[in-house]
Design a protein around this ligand. Structure first.
Ligand code: SAH
Length: 367
């Protein structure tokens, strides 16, 4: 198998190119062709010599992902891509379009073209995977239910974003946000995930803003501590789902290793050291974690912490019996948080008809 071009950061690419007798300028050109011009393979690197283009395609894999399926939700707002990797393993990536009704403010010297309006009204978010399967085994998550196969390389993570942004670009659209909330536990593949972030945010290439990236973790305490110490601008989300060990233990096996007290301490420390808010995901499961007691305890646990709680109605998965909280319980739960002054949003259900909702990603694997 050839190494994936997206696995390299600019320095590594420059070293390789200069070792082969070419100048650093060539490396920069290649970098820009890939990450700025969205070129798919060396045949499109028109500013490079035929010889260098040939060497590049002999040496590197430029298409680490092949589209096996491209599913579109009935409302047209969500696409789920099933990708085959070089070793025939499969992952899923989701593109979600949020259309806001807010019209843009047009300055007098702007031309009010359709595309300006379109760009302003559409927020495109990609949800990317970091592993094939997941080792965390959370009871209600389809990815956990399929088990763990392997971690993705930085390049396989980057390639998902490159694919989606190229697709959007071909339609005159832009990628607005990246959420690292697909298959896998990003903090169990920390180095590759952070390398991917660096590649995507390199100002000489795609130049994506770290602030528009959110990484979600089940709560791997040592990695939260490392993430805190490294002072990234990337947003941190933590899948909390319960305010007590008694409840959390039932749905998240990792809670045994990193119990709530140590997790919340790491979270509090993160908000203090970075002066950033943390996002807590909380999936409401009927009769388990969605009553007044849980809401009240959650408020006490989070008191004084700069945070936001994102309530996620449970999505169905094959191997979990529990059902989602109904609308009444969801609203009552939210009102307890509102009363306690804890910012709280309800996540929109998207792509459920194509199993692209939170926790529904589970590519069938051919081994
Ligand atoms: N492993 C990471 C990244 C996955 S993000 C993490 O745990 O944060 C996916 C989010 O969807 C997590 O918050 C996860 O707990 C949640 N989720 C999993 N299964 C779900 C389901 N069936 N319904 C709703 N949310 C679910």
């Amino acid at each position: 198998m050839k190494p994936i071009i997206y696995d390299l950061n600019l320095k590594e690419l420059t070293d390789l190119i200069t070792e082969s007798g070419k100048s650093a300028y060539h490396a920069k050109q290649i970098w820009q062709m890939i990450y700025r011009q969205s070129a798919e393979d060396p045949s499109e690197f028109s500013n490079l010599s035929e010889d260098l283009r040939q060497k590049l395609s002999d040496r590197f894999c430029f298409k680490p992902l092949s589209v096996e399926k491209d599913l579109k939700s009935a409302d047209g707002q969500t696409n789920k891509f099933l990708f085959r990797l070089q070793d025939d393993r499969k992952i899923e990536t989701v593109l979600i379009r949020y259309t806001s009704l807010r019209f843009p403010t047009i300055n007098s010297n702007d031309t009010m073209t359709e595309s300006v309006l379109k760009l302003e009204r559409e927020r495109n978010t990609v949800c990317i995977s970091t592993q094939v399967g997941c080792p965390m085994n959370c009871a209600f998550c389809a990815t956990g239910q399929m088990g763990f196969i392997r971690s993705l390389s930085a390049g396989e993570i980057v390639a998902q974003v490159v694919f989606v942004s190229r697709l959007l670009k071909s339609k005159g659209l832009k990628l607005g946000n990246i959420v690292v909330m697909g298959m896998g536990e990003p903090f169990y593949n920390y180095d590759a995930v952070m390398k991917a972030v660096d590649i995507l945010c390199d100002p000489k290439g795609m130049g994506f803003s770290e602030r528009k990236i959110t990484i979600s973790t089940v709560g791997i305490v040592p990695r939260i501590e490392q993430f805190t110490a490294e002072k990234h601008q990337v947003n941190l989300a933590v899948s909390l789902h319960a305010p007590s060990n008694a409840v959390r233990d039932q749905i998240i096996p990792a809670n045994k290793k990193y119990p709530l007290e140590s997790l919340l301490e790491a979270c509090r420390n993160y908000t203090e050291k970075t002066e950033r808010r943390i996002l807590f995901e909380y999936t409401l499961i009927h009769g388990l974690n969605d009553d007044y007691e849980n809401a009240d305890l959650l408020c006490r646990r989070l008191k004084g912490m700069p945070c936001q709680v994102n309530l996620i109605p449970l999505n169905d998965t094959k191997k979990y019996e529990g059902s989602g909280a109904d609308q009444d319980r969801l609203q009552s739960f939210k009102s307890v948080l509102d009363k306690n002054g804890i910012p709280c949003t309800v996540r929109l259900k998207r792509g459920i008809d194509i199993d692209a909702g939170c926790g529904q990603l589970a590519a069938e694997q051919s081994s």
